[in-house]
Design a protein around this ligand. Structure first.
Ligand SMILES: Nc1ncnc2c1ncn2[C@@H]1O[C@H](COP(=O)(O)OP(=O)(O)OP(=O)(O)O)[C@@H](O)[C@H]1O
Length: 350
């Protein structure tokens, strides 16, 4: 666990970046730090590995006071990922990833073997190893940055806007990868972002900061969305915070029924019973006129289901298994009902 106790950071020019911060970041979880620009997120993160030292207060990592440890040694024992990936431009990818193991005296062979293994872990092809950073896309460079931070298998990973510089599609992929990796590795991760959707998606806990380095609220995503501590947090979460809450529940527990055989709209299926689109039986339409269907799986969110139920001309969501084969349908009313109960549950649960 990472523990901040009454921590203050005042820079020599008089700026208070962090004000009286007391915060616990649990072991094996992702704590996301959010807040507007300049509210002290990066400074908070950098105090964990002593790139910045606090003016007062204490910080413990795994029960040890960081100020009592050698700063360089501490830094090597904590993974660190930043927005511009921070790769060494004149070193190959494999050597970039092997940096910390080499510094720790692992020997070139062992360090490279570990780096090659990590390339695969973060979803990069083995031939990437011999390339240089400028020969990779932004998203690939970020993956290398994550691999490099994981190289010495540190228990703690600090990530400062790691996916801020890539487009939204790549960003979602990188978030998925991080969640998959985290299921395997259970690192203690501190993740800084401006993006509240990213925070809700990744965070086990979210800490919201206000200008002047004040922590306003630290809670699970569901609690934050259902019960923001004050107007500042509510504004920060945005007008759609009710909908964001639905992104945290899945369709799994919403009942489904067999495809109705009557009604104006018919769901066209292929031979394997994979949905193709909605056919309007009131007109003389062909397969080319089918209206689009976006079938959903049990793992899809209630927010996706609500979206699809509004878009579907039949007001029905087509449900499919992992192979895309139809398992049943769910009505718009059932999804609304479930959405309402997800809200009531989040309001009372703490
Ligand atoms: N080395 C420094 N010297 C003086 N002031 C600094 C220094 N580093 C940061 N600050 C100031 O401390 C405050 C907090 O900065 P910090 O980078 O921690 O915020 P942030 O929330 O990470 O911001 P952003 O989201 O824009 O990255 C800001 O007012 C910043 O200008």
């Amino acid at each position: 666990m990472i523990k901040f106790d009454a921590v203050n950071k005042r820079f020599p020019n008089g700026t208070t970046a962090v004000h009286d911060l007391t915060l616990e970041m649990p072991d094996g979880g992702i704590t996301v730090l959010v807040g507007s620009s300049g509210c002290g997120k990066t400074t908070t993160l950098r105090m964990i590995n002593r790139m910045v030292d606090p003016t007062s207060g204490t910080i413990h990592v795994g029960g040890k006071d960081v100020l009592a440890q050698d700063a360089a040694e501490l830094r090597r024992s904590i993974g660190y990922v930043i927005q511009q990936s921070g790769l060494f431009p004149h070193r190959t990818i494999i050597d970039n990833i092997a940096t910390v193991p080499l510094l720790l005296g692992w020997g070139r062979k062992k360090a490279r073997a570990r780096a090659a293994e990590l390339l695969e872990t973060v979803g990069l092809a083995p031939e990437t190893a011999k390339r240089y950073p400028h020969q990779l896309s932004g998203g690939q460079q970020q993956r290398v940055g994550v691999a490099r931070a994981l190289a010495a298998d540190p228990p703690v990973l600090l990530m400062d806007e790691p996916f801020g510089a890539v487009d939204p599609v790549v960003r979602t992929q990188l978030q998925d990868e991080l969640l998959r990796l985290q299921q395997e590795l259970s690192k203690t991760i501190v993740f800084v972002t401006h993006d509240i959707d990213e925070a809700v998606r990744l965070g086990d806990r979210i800490a919201v900061f206000r200008t002047g380095g004040h922590l306003v609220q630290c809670a699970t995503p569901a609690e934050l969305l259902a019960r923001p501590a004050d107007d500042f947090v509510a504004d920060f979460l945005g007008a759609e915070r009710g909908l964001k809450l639905l992104s945290l529940s899945t369709l799994a527990e919403v009942p489904q029924s067999p495809l109705p055989q009557t009604g104006r709209w018919e769901l066209a299926l292929d031979e394997a019973r994979v949905p193709l689109g909605w056919r309007d039986t009131a007109t003389d339409s062909s397969d080319a006129d089918l209206l689009p269907v976006r079938p959903l799986r049990d793992t899809d969110s209630l927010l996706s289901a609500l979206n699809e139920s509004v878009a579907s001309p039949a007001g029905l969501v087509a449900r499919v298994d992992a192979d895309g084969v139809l398992t049943g349908v769910t009505s718009r009313e059932d999804i609304h009902e479930r959405a309402g109960s997800a809200h009531s549950a989040a309001r009372v649960a703490v």
